[in-house]
Design a protein around this ligand. Sequence first.
Ligand code: UD1
Ligand code: MG
Length: 403
Amino acid sequence: MWSLVILILLSLFAYILTDELIYKLQSLFINAGLFGIDLCKVSKEKIPEAIGVISGCVFLITILLFIPIGFGYSLMDRGNFPHHEFAELLAALLSICCMLLLGFADDVLNLKWRYKLLLPTIASLPLLVVYYVNFNSTTFIIPIPLRQFFGISVNIGFLYYIYMGMLAVFCTNAINILAGINGLEVGQSVIIALSIILFNIIELRGDQYKAHNFSLHIMIPYLATTLALLKHNWYPSKVFVGDTFCYVSGMTFAVVGILSHFSKTVLLFFLPQIINFLYSVPQLFHIVPCPRHRLPKYSAETDLLRASRTVVLKKDMPLLTKVVLRIFTSLKLVDKVEDKDGVILNNMTLINLVLIKLGPMSEVQLTKTLLVFQIFCTCIAFLIRYPMASYFYDLNIYNNFVS
Ligand code: UD1
Ligand code: MG
């Protein structure tokens, strides 16, 4: 309990420090060539990019400062050193630190997609090793209606580690591709972090107390530093967060999900990101052409955003592209116009989907709409996790194995 109070105080300092550093260091980033142009504004002024490296560093420093306090306290209090928990925290820090480095490298060097997939997998290895040594539970509980076919639980062994590695890759990239309008990357991360913290607080009274306490020790400093970043990144953005922030956030959520055994609940909080990823699949796998930027198109006359578009040429159009376009059109998921040479359709992101369904809107209104949807999905996640879980799972068994 005391350790949480100390952590909250440290996090308050972390908020103030991040806020101050972002304010003071902006010009260093511009001088170093780390800046971007806001594509949804008339003004073409330079906006510092990759500022997520500041909030990420303060986040890591806060946890590092907490280590001697928190673990020293537990040594004095209990007389023995919690080696397992220490190893978990170090592995978590190592994985997040690797993503900070990768994200910053991506912001500076613009890495290719294959590295964006490979490096989070490698960065998650320390986590998986600690998971293997400390828990090695690779069992899925089967929902009650399916138990007659599969039994109470299924041990998927090595596949569980592949699942966790893929979770890290998904979380790190999912936030980065639901991005491009002021405040959206940080806003969605704040809502996911708050959802996880709420879930941890509810579960603190359960028998998984330790795991949720561990998660809180990571999420609270993360939330504090991210809120400071949001202050500067909210519309109209004074700073851009860069891929650094998206990767650090994704890895932080994956880390707590894996080490505190609630990875499936974390995935529930990622519902908008999952929808955005599935909708983006045709462009991510180049079945439909994917331009460098898919963010909405700004119209200076109206000051509103419209869905941005991509063109598919009819000449030599592959069969797969035709099939995909037909399916998406029949599901009314794309807004497309055809002429004799090609098909023009909206870029397939959740942001553009909102615009084609609800009509053009201002940037700040669009960000708020998407964040309200994120909150709505959190409510659904809690509904699935609590009232509905009891229909599908015998909760005593469920809580013992997975959360
Ligand atoms: C991802 C998306 C891309 C989207 C971009 C926006 C995929 C496959 N990639 O690419 O479609 O356009 O993020 O971040 O889905 N920017 C703004 N306003 C903002 C935030 C960013 O105009 O509020 C622009 C700025 O020019 C900034 C740039 O986006 O410099 C950053 O883009 P970057 O993070 O490099 O794009 P990716 O992550 O590669
Ligand atoms: Mg990005």
